[in-house]
Design a protein around this ligand. Sequence first.
Ligand SMILES: Cc1cc2nc3c(=O)[nH]c(=O)nc-3n(C[C@H](O)[C@H](O)[C@H](O)COP(=O)(O)OP(=O)(O)OC[C@H]3O[C@@H](n4cnc5c(N)ncnc54)[C@H](O)[C@@H]3O)c2cc1C
Length: 383
Amino acid sequence: MLDAIIVGAGPVGCHVAAGLAGRGHQVLVIEEHDQIGLPARCTGLIGEQAFARFDLPGAATQRIVKSIRIYGPDGTWFHHRSERPLARVVSRPQLDAALAARAAAAGAGFLLGRKVLGAQIEPKAVALTLAGSEHPLRARSLVIATGARGNLTEQLGLGRLCGYLFGVQVETEVREVEEVEVYLGRELSPGSFAWVVPTIPGRARIGLSAYGHPRERLALFLRDRRLQLRLVGPVPPPTVAPIPLGTLPATVADRVLVVGEAAGQVKTTTGGGVYYGLLAAEIAAEVLGQALAAGNLGRASLARYEATWRQLLGREIEYGLRLRRLARRLDDATLAFFLNLANRDGIKYLVGRLASFDWHASLVAALLDGPLRRSAVAVSSLD
Ligand SMILES: Cc1cc2nc3c(=O)[nH]c(=O)nc-3n(C[C@H](O)[C@H](O)[C@H](O)COP(=O)(O)OP(=O)(O)OC[C@H]3O[C@@H](n4cnc5c(N)ncnc54)[C@H](O)[C@@H]3O)c2cc1C
């Protein structure tokens, strides 16, 4: 019998597969789409730290990011530039395909174009029902790496992700887009933001994350004068996908682990999930690998996975949610006030000192307990 079936050949599923296969376990990755990495719905911004940490394939890089410009609703901007690269813009199809190739080279098998419809935990195995097949497929363990969609976790009594944003995006031809641009404002997306991210020369991903009406908001953003002047040629239909805000109540059961976006392992400040998912994938492969070797796949034996990833990522996820709760309450005048303040107050200093592409809790805590708290008092006293 297979040691593990991994459902989902995204970056996270592939990384778990590589980790388990590299430890000598027999694993199969099942992916509902015929091609790995497609359809692509991601902006592809990955921090330099993630690249180095996971030795990610440089060939997927489309651009190195050293600066970011954040525009407020009144046109004010905040500019952050670093001497060293902050992040890369990657082609997700290329990144995912390279991670799948790595897993295959380690010995993992792949079954593409097959959707897993259901899962059942049995005394000595997990049984999976696949679309188009009458006979269940069995393995000693199951890793759910299905991204934010799907209901396998609910079927297995692990609950479901509750809070969501929607990420909506187009990729199109542009001119004069040379750095990452972020746009704030209630009309665009209350409590969230829009972006323009340059990829290869002459092209950019333009999108936003929103609590509701993502397509309508993107249409509005694309009509914005600041964008209209730089769009070249027709804009394709957008892709829309949910982004979880908050974690799954439980990410282990007997013989089962949930990893990546399916578990809510996402930077809640920005919605980026690749790095946190890969970090958790590494923990999952280590814990499950040991449990398989020991022949003990009970919930208690797998619980170290849950404890370890929550210790690593839990504070980040929670601080991101706190910042988002505050952001949802801000009106445009207050947002503009904060952005103006950011250029004058100690915030620029704090950002320069504490900003990291992937770890935000320290900066958020410093802002919430310092300048933002003081300015929130100042703003309310202006009312
Ligand atoms: C608009 C947008 C922009 C984003 N930008 C960024 C960014 O710049 N940087 C970043 O880090 N993150 C970004 N994200 C988030 C990022 O895309 C996800 O966090 C990341 O892809 C999660 O990886 P994963 O492997 O957990 O899941 P996925 O990449 O979603 O992979 C899951 C795979 O499982 C397959 N699957 C699902 N259900 C089944 C089933 N029942 N049977 C078989 N196969 C199944 C799916 O087809 C898919 O291939 C963005 C998201 C959106 C929506």
